[in-house]
Design a protein around this ligand. Structure first.
Ligand code: ZN
Length: 381
């Protein structure tokens, strides 16, 4: 039996609270315990509570201890939207694997313990299959393929009747996604693709954008999509539809920041209307080269007027909902996976306050320490 005790957290953010997707005022409920502890047995959380209570449990006496005194402990970030392959499909399989592994390592170093990865080709999905941390893969249908440009309808038909079933058979992806803004796939093609994917048992995601056509969000809600992503320009009518659905609106402020070409998503309007929002990086080696969820939190607070508590919930539990994994990850509750991070700040509101630096001291995934920040060794003069 492998037992680990994380104790002494000045603020333990459990995110324990009402069940279901977090929206409205519930986004601000972090289930905060002062001087908190977490006991993890064989990778799963066994107990969460005050240090005094948890460290006196019989099981805690045989535990390996991690001292989090004075610091914040919270669930590992769930980065529910990335593009690891970029647009590039060239290069050898070996080079692709090495490049991908490095990018994943950087995400982990910044506190991400669950990562969604989108790719539009089988070669890349196969490379992902060999990575050491569990990833959630999404097959993304993109119009950038030359075959699509030449014969769009035939190409899409081939994707639906050949490629998607192959991806499913080989278990290369859990989700299917499609680009659905101006200049990409229209409403009818998106419906055709997503319906075929749903029949095969894929979870659905939809890439919207600033120029998404009317009806695209309605389509996603109708088909029961887990998320509509980017969501930078949502009409009040679509916000009402989303608020009444289980579809998460995933906001990607780092994408807006890096491209400097469009306004940020109206996070306040969405939250105040009851839409369940998630935050993710949109990491892409060419278009949005940052895996830092802490920076995403800063942008969410500074540029989209989210509160630190809302941003943290959106970057953990609601991200887990967007990946249909909320029963096992996204909060620190008994029975869930032991995925947590220790941050070198005494108060969670300092996480978005500092920007561009890495506050993560320790990353734990399924009860195992993946990252532990080495101490600075000052030279003796
Ligand atoms: Zn994207």
């Amino acid at each position: 039996m492998r037992v680990t005790l994380v104790r002494g957290a000045r603020q333990l953010l459990t995110l324990h609270g009402p069940s279901g997707l977090r929206r409205g005022a519930d986004l601000r409920n972090l289930g905060l315990i002062q001087d908190g502890a977490v006991l993890i047995v064989d990778g799963l959380i066994k107990e969460v509570g005050s240090s005094r209570r948890v460290e006196n449990l019989a099981l805690a006496r045989q535990a390996d201890e991690i001292d989090a005194t004075g610091r914040v402990v919270m669930p590992g970030f769930v980065d529910s939207h990335t593009h690891f392959a970029g647009e590039a499909t060239g290069g050898s399989a070996r080079a692709l694997e090495t490049q991908t592994l490095r990018a994943i390592e950087d995400a982990v170093r910044h506190g991400t313990t669950t990562l969604e990865v989108k790719a539009g080709d089988i070669k890349f999905l196969k490379a992902l299959d060999k990575q050491p941390i569990s990833l959630v893969s999404t097959f993304l249908c993109t119009p950038a393929v030359p075959e699509y440009r030449e014969r769009p309808d035939q190409y899409l038909e081939w994707v639906c009747s050949n490629l998607l079933p192959l991806v499913k058979r080989r278990k290369l992806a859990e989700f299917a996604d499609i680009l659905c803004e101006e200049g990409t796939f229209g409403h009818d093609r998106a419906r055709h693709y997503l319906t075929a994917a749903r029949e095969l048992g894929f979870g659905l995601k939809l890439h919207t954008g600033r120029r998404s056509k009317a009806g695209v969000i309605r389509l996603a809600v109708e088909l029961g999509a887990s998320s509509v992503d980017h969501a930078v320009d949502v009409s009040p009518e679509d916000a009402t539809l989303l608020a009444q659905s289980a579809t998460v609106a995933t906001l990607l402020p780092a994408d807006t920041f890096y491209r400097e070409e469009e306004p940020y998503a109206h996070a306040r309007m969405l939250i105040d209307n009851g839409v369940a929002v998630a935050l993710a990086t949109n990491y892409d080696p060419e278009q949005c080269p940052s895996q830092n969820m802490q920076l995403t939190l800063t942008l969410a607070c500074r540029r989209m007027n989210m509160t630190p508590a809302e941003a943290i919930t959106a970057a953990t539990l609601n991200g887990a909902y967007a990946l249909r994994l909320a029963s096992t990850i996204g909060s620190l509750e008994s029975g869930k996976s032991g995925n947590l991070i220790v941050l070198s700040v005494p108060d969670y509101r300092e996480i978005p306050y500092h920007f561009g630096i890495n506050l993560v001291d320790l990353v734990m995934k399924n009860g195992s320490v993946l990252v532990e920040r080495p101490e600075v060794k000052w030279p003796v003069s």
